[in-house]
Design a protein around this ligand. Structure first.
Ligand SMILES: NC(=O)C1=CN([C@@H]2O[C@H](COP(=O)(O)OP(=O)(O)OC[C@H]3O[C@@H](n4cnc5c(N)ncnc54)[C@H](O)[C@@H]3O)[C@@H](O)[C@H]2O)C=CC1
Ligand SMILES: O=C(O)CCC(=O)C(=O)O
Length: 526
């Protein structure tokens, strides 16, 4: 049975799902060295933001197939290292959207009305109404940095509170921003005009210290900044200094450059600063959502099925998967076949999407074809995650072309591999939506379903050759399940495709090539 390690606290609903297919160990608060010492036993690791999955941990996880992040941000996982090792990294892109957005909205209101400090003062026994005079958000300007899932929800609710909305997000359209009621502006203008600035972007090299001494200097002296996205987007030292110097009005932070927050000037500041310990996703509802979402994906991957929200399998969203799954199987089979026909080292793989397929997303098909192509070299080590990287590292150049005019079948895929031993090509189609058929080998039309063991010959189309080959195979006790010849002209060159019941015994290929009229022969295992 597979083994899953859960190293941060996740809802029981997730553990229950994992337990259907695996032994689940929940071990919280492990130090990096402790995690490195045990991770080798596990097939899957499930985390939240508490566990930092470094290259060392990934290297020690020799059995790891999947890392599941019960939440959105995967910045605590070394995704490139996981990708190189073929480990799927999945997250829950939407499970905690509402929770995080509501936390940001709560921060805006709590900051405006000094709720935390007023509450603490009453609990201390005081009745001080003068120190906590607040500000209304009504008719104030909210600047939303990052108008994705969380930013959009914050904007939509803020709109209903009567706020004016500015947004900065270089990756969304003006129309989309307008639909949400936001005016898309340049970042500097947002900094200059906003009364509240709320951050909803990932932490990337571009967004690290986006809020720094220079950008803080552009803001209104009354501006308040809310960060429920990621620590490190704000330079905390510069922020504390700006608040102390009265250059901005205040800040509410849920996330920090280093978590848990250690020694920090921010702790010493008064009611103009609110700090929460990364609680954005901490609602009962969100924790159930993300636990189920990620546990289901881990279960599926352990059962050999694809994950719906893999962050390191580009272009494989659930909708794409549903539509392309049969074609991915076709691409993988053709990749495996053409790789074996080509033998040696493949240098160029030409992939042509034909007919209806020409209008489809090609990336998943390319990944699947490469997975098939590299299977002989890498066996189980190659998967949808690392196929592209492995191909790149081997110097395989991928050329993609499309031809919508070819309409023999609904959609066909044509693969041509050129390597150190020559060029070979195969074409395949789906019959009845799922059944794979080879429709062409090396330019010769055929129509056969691929089978586990196959033999292909290139020969002269002449009387007696099929009989001679049949007798030869029979003398080696090789049983032929089916046979088909593809030719372009009568008595010209032809290709024979045979399905055989068992692998071809050693040495027969040399005998086959000696049969007069047979020029070449290839055996493949699919
Ligand atoms: N505090 C907490 O507990 C939680 C924090 N988060 C964090 O919230 C953030 C946003 O999450 P979602 O809205 O789900 O992500 P999302 O992917 O839906 O939205 C992010 C948006 O940021 C935009 N963006 C990317 N780079 C940008 C840049 N340089 N400048 C401006 N915009 C940029 C993208 O175009 C996208 O629209 C993430 O960092 C996530 O990790 C998410 C959930 C809980
Ligand atoms: O797991 C958590 O509570 C943190 C959630 C979070 O930051 C995220 O989903 O990106």
């Amino acid at each position: 049975m597979s083994k899953v390690l859960v190293s941060d606290s996740i809802d029981q609903a997730g553990i229950d799902i994992l337990s259907q297919v695996a032994t689940v160990d929940v071990k919280l608060g492990l130090k990096p060295a402790e995690l490195i010492a045990i991770i080798g036993e596990y097939d899957a690791l499930m985390i939240r933001s508490g566990t930092r999955v470094t290259q060392e941990i990934i290297d020690a996880g020799t059995q790891l197939k999947i890392i599941g992040r019960a939440g959105v941000g995967v910045d605590n996982v070394d995704v490139p290292a996981a990708t190189r090792r073929g480990i799927v990294v999945v997250n829950s892109p939407e499970g905690n959207t509402i929770a995080a957005a509501e936390h940001a909205l709560a921060m805006i209101l709590a900051l405006s009305r000094h709720i935390p400090d007023a509450n603490a003062s009453v609990k201390r026994g005081a009745w001080d109404r003068n120190s906590f005079v607040g500000a209304e958000v009504y008719k104030k300007t909210l600047g939303v940095v990052g108008l994705g899932k969380i930013g959009s929800h914050v904007a939509a609710v803020a709109k209903t509170m009567g706020m004016k909305l500015l947004a900065y997000d270089p990756f969304i359209s003006t129309e989309r921003a307008e639909q949400i009621g936001c005016q898309l502006v340049e970042l500097d203008l947002l900094f200059q005009q906003a009364d509240y600035i709320t951050l909803h972007i990932p932490k990337t090299p571009e967004t690290t210290h986006l809020i720094n001494a220079t950008t803080l200097a552009k803001m209104k002296p009354t501006a308040r900044i809310i960060n429920c996205a990621r620590g490190g987007i704000i330079d905390e030292v510069a922020l504390a200094a700006a608040i102390k110097a009265g250059k901005i009005g205040g800040a509410a932070l849920d996330v920090f450059e280093s978590e848990p927050l250690g020694e920090s000037e921010l702790r010493s500041l008064g009611k103009e600063v609110i700090l929460t310990p990364h609680l954005g996703a901490s609602t009962t509802e969100a924790q159930v959502n993300v636990a189920i979402d990620v546990a289901e994906q881990i279960r599926d991957v352990l059962l050999g099925l694809p994950a719906r929200s893999a962050v390191n399998i580009p272009g494989l969203g659930p909708d794409v998967l549903e539509e392309l799954k049969p074609y991915m199987q076709l691409a993988e089979t053709l990749g495996n076949l053409v790789g074996q026909l080509a033998g040696g080292r493949v240098e160029v793989l030409n992939i042509r999407l034909q007919g209806e397929l020409a209008t489809n997303k090609s990336q998943p098909l390319i990944v699947a074809a490469l997975k098939g192509l590299l299977y002989q070299a890498l066996r189980e080590r190659v998967n949808y995650v690392n196929a592209s990287i492995e191909a790149k590292e081997r110097g395989i150049r991928v050329i993609e072309t499309r031809d919508a005019s070819i309409r023999d079948y609904a959609g066909t895929l044509h693969l041509e591999a050129t390597g150190t031993l020559g060029t070979h090509s195969v074409t395949g189609a789906l019959l009845g939506e799922r059944e794979i058929h080879l429709t062409d080998v090396d330019g010769f039309p055929i129509n056969v379903p691929p089978s586990k063991y196959m033999l292909f010959t290139l020969h002269r189309d002449m009387p007696g050759i099929i009989g001679k080959l049949g007798s030869l195979l029979g003398s080696f006790n090789v049983n032929i399940a089916s046979m088909q010849v593809g030719r372009k002209i009568v008595r010209g060159d032809a290709v024979m495709a045979l399905s055989i019941d068992d692998p071809l015994p050693e040495g027969i290929l040399d005998e086959i090539i000696k049969v007069p009229g047979i020029r070449d022969a290839y055996t493949v295992t699919l």
